[in-house]
Design a protein around this ligand. Structure first.
Ligand code: FES
Length: 140
């Protein structure tokens, strides 16, 4: 049987976590190819529908990551994101998705090493949880 290779969709803010990912890349710090980055201007613009759609289309884990509290370039976008994630953590189990499959982190622009380490940890966690319920082979 082939090894389970999770798909992780990461919504990352342009100013902090995306920049950290870029820094990891330019510093040649590798991170797992399981992670698919979606760059957004701020975590505050990540609509909960995007997250649910990602799960329904096969993501095994979804990450929202942006600037540390107090550092959002749009003042309070990350606080809005934090509230939405909390709400989604309550809602997701009602549609059959474990709450631990949705993560929220703050990774600053200069944290390339932390970015790579976080992605590695997420892949380990996702492998431990097994395939998400949105995987096509499970839906059929
Ligand atoms: S600009 Fe980074 S979270 Fe708002």
């Amino acid at each position: 049987m082939a090894e389970f290779n999770p798909i992780i969709i990461a919504f990352v803010c342009n100013w902090c976590t995306y920049t950290a990912a870029d820094l990891a890349g330019t510093s040649r710090i590798g991170y797992p190819e399981n992670v698919r980055l979606i760059r957004v201007m701020c975590t505050g613009m990540v609509d909960p529908q995007y997250i649910i759609k990602a799960f329904l289309e096969g993501a095994d884990m979804v990450l929202v990551s942006g600037c540390h509290p107090g550092d959002c370039h749009y003042i309070n976008g990350n606080y809005k994101a934090r509230r939405r994630i909390k709400l989604l953590h309550a809602i997701l189990p009602t549609i059959g998705i474990e709450r631990d499959r949705l993560k929220l982190t703050w990774i600053g622009a200069s944290d390339g090493i932390q970015f790579a380490r976080t992605m590695q940890e997420l892949v380990v966690q996702a492998k431990g949880m097994g395939p998400g319920s949105g995987r096509p082979e499970i839906m059929t």
